[in-house]
Design a protein around this ligand. Sequence first.
Ligand code: R5P
Length: 232
Amino acid sequence: MDATNRKIEAARAALAHVEDGMRLGIGTGSTAEEFVKLLAEKVADGLTITGVPTSERTARLCMELGIKLSSLDETPVLDLAIDGADEVDPALDLIKGGGGALLREKIVASAAKRFIVIADGSKTVDCLGAFPLPIEVNRYGLEVTRLAILRVAQELGLSGELTLRSARDEPFVTDGGHLLLDASFGRIPDSRALSAALVAIPGVVEHGMFLGLTTLAIIAGDDGIEVMQSAG
Ligand SMILES: O=C[C@H](O)[C@H](O)[C@H](O)COP(=O)(O)O
C-alpha cells in the first residue's frame, strides 16, 4: 500500500467515529483532505454534520464538496475533531503545523470533546523532534522572538536551526497573518518544558506541539490499521 492509500485507510477508519448531527472539527493537510473527500460522500448520502474547518484551505475544499460549515464562534463546542499530524509519539503527543495551520488546528482540537488523529505509519516516533517544530510568531519583533526562542532552547539543552518558512520566495503567512519559524532542534526529551518556555515568549503566538490533546490515533501501516488510545 502506498502512502496515499494508507492515508485513505486511516481516514476511512476515522469516519466510523462520525455520527449524524455531530459538530465536527475538520483538519488540514493531505491526510485530512482524504477524510474530507470520504466525509463528503457520506454527506451526499444523507449524513448531517456541522463542520468547523481548521484552515481556509480546508474550508474551500469542504465548500466545493458540499459540506456544511460553521465558524468556531457560532459553534464553540465540538463533539469531535479529526486531523492529521507530522509526528505521533507513544503518549499520543504530536507535532503539527507542516502545512502551516497549527494555530487554528490547536484551537479547534481544544474545543472538541474528542480529538482523533489520522496518519500513515511513517508519522510514528519514539520521541518528538525529528520533524522540525513549527512555531507561529508575530511579524513584529521577529528577530527578538527568534533570539528568545534560541535562548530558551539552549537553556533546555536544545540547539539547531530556526528557519523562517517561505513559499514562492516570500515569507509564508498563516491564516492568522503570522509568520512561521521551523525549529530543527532534534529530539525534544521534555516537550512540556519547551512548550511552557515557548508560550512565555511574547512574540510566540503558538507552537506545533499538541500535548495531551489526542483521544485516539488511527495509524495506517502496511499491516493494517493500528488504533492507539490515550492513557488519560
Ligand atoms: O498544518 C498542517 C497540519 O498540522 C497537518 O495536519 C500536518 O502537517 C499533517 O499533514 P499531512 O497529512 O499532509 O502529512
